[in-house]
Design a protein around this ligand. Structure first.
Ligand SMILES: *Cc1c(COP(=O)(O)O)cnc(C)c1O
Length: 366
């Protein structure tokens, strides 16, 4: 076991942060993931020494040896969460402890050292506090946080690296859907799969995304926004989109979402929706749902809505399913009183502190 040295965090303020006028212009309506704050977090890990050298410092390029393990064998994991401006002042995080736990699970799957969960949460809190001027205050805006870890050891042998770098960067984002939640169209990937039993589907690792890109490109060529992946074994069961989990809302008032069986990413938005829906008295099933059943239920009217969910977009209703000759439309779920919209409103109100939080999910930063 590596001992983690008594933990100290150095803050080295940026010597020349972005000028206020420029920052205000950048914050006006940023595209997702293109604008970054002044600072970043770095914490290093060395086998035998454990985690050390934690700091918040000026955001800048990092140097890596060309033989760094991450560049060859993709030992990399990441997280995504948001800090929200609270009306009346201050900022809060939504379930950062859940991200910390999932980060540790992802680390385990990729043979990387676990970052203590308290250190993860503290790193995020410190960056948000230092870069507080970058949290958008407009409707739908938030500061998107991207913690990640890479293997830094310079060695071309195939083994878990002995050195790692953990970082957090932050990016102010506007509302994911400019001008209100628009229904998305999804392309059913019949050729590519996202995750196989025993694979890394439940880990949040960059490699999963790299492998999903040709399917996403195919979806876009077909005029769709996103890919919906089916299971790798039977090519039948709906799993999830490239980066969002799926829910189905039925005419009888119940909800269904595919179960976490190792090939689906355990979304924190997914988990929150299950809790919110159950606390409203709705029945939520975590059971497999096939693409044929989806089509049949949409045709018969048994199924009212389908929607995708994740931190970036929160909830996105699915308006059209493109599957060659078997394509179909989902006409409902777009109205103001839809299940998708009702849950989206409740979740975003919670995240922004507009309603009370009976679940203990929000964590105040300042
Ligand atoms: C991150 C992610 C999600 C959504 O997870 P949230 O915690 O809700 O943001 C869903 N699917 C995949 C593949 C993901 O990487």
């Amino acid at each position: 076991m590596d001992g983690d040295a008594p933990f100290s965090f150095d803050t080295i303020p940026h010597p020349a942060p972005v000028a206020e006028s420029e920052r205000v212009a950048l914050l006006a309506n940023p595209d997702f993931g293109r604008v970054f704050t002044d600072h970043m977090v770095t914490i290093r890990y060395t086998k035998g020494q454990g985690w050390h050298d934690a700091r918040v410092e000026a955001r800048q390029p990092i140097t890596l040896d060309p033989a760094a393990a991450v560049l060859h064998y993709a030992q990399e994991i990441f997280e995504g969460l948001k800090a929200y401006h609270v009306e009346g002042g201050g900022a809060q995080l939504f379930r950062p402890d859940a991200n910390a736990r999932r980060f540790a699970d992802s680390a385990d799957r990729l043979a990387m050292p676990a970052l203590p969960e308290a250190m993860f949460v503290e790193s995020v809190q410190r960056l948000v506090a230092v870069d507080r001027a970058w949290i958008p205050t407009g409707p739908g805006g938030s500061l998107y946080l991207r913690p990640f870890m890479i293997a830094g050891e310079a060695f071309l042998g195939v083994k878990p690296a002995s050195q790692y770098l953990y970082m957090v960067i932050a990016s102010p984002v506007g509302s994911y859907f400019k001008g209100g939640a628009k229904p998305i169209s999804v392309w059913v990937s019949r050729h590519y799969t996202r995750a196989a039993p025993g694979g890394t589907g439940a880990a949040k690792c960059g490699g999963n995304y790299a492998a999903s890109l040709p399917a996403q490109a195919e979806a876009m060529r077909q005029g769709c926004d996103q890919v919906v992946f089916l299971d790798a074994a039977e090519r039948r069961w709906v799993e999830e989109l490239g980066g969002m989990n799926m829910f189905f809302a039925f005419a009888d008032g119940s909800l269904q979402t595919p179960p976490l069986n190792g090939t689906i990413l355990p979304g924190i938005t997914r988990d929150s929706i299950i809790t919110l829906a159950r606390s409203k008295g709705m029945t939520v099933r975590e059971e497999p749902y096939s693409i044929e059943q989806w089509r049949a239920d949409a045709a018969s009217g048994t199924l009212r809505e389908a929607f995708a969910c994740g931190t970036a977009a929160v909830i996105a209703p699915v308006g059209r399913v493109e599957d060659g000759a078997n394509s179909f439309a989902m006409l409902e779920g777009l109205a103001n009183d839809s299940v998708a919209e009702t849950l989206r409103r409740e979740l975003t109100d919670l995240q922004r502190g507009a309603i009370a939080d009976p679940h203990g999910w929000v964590q105040r930063v300042f």
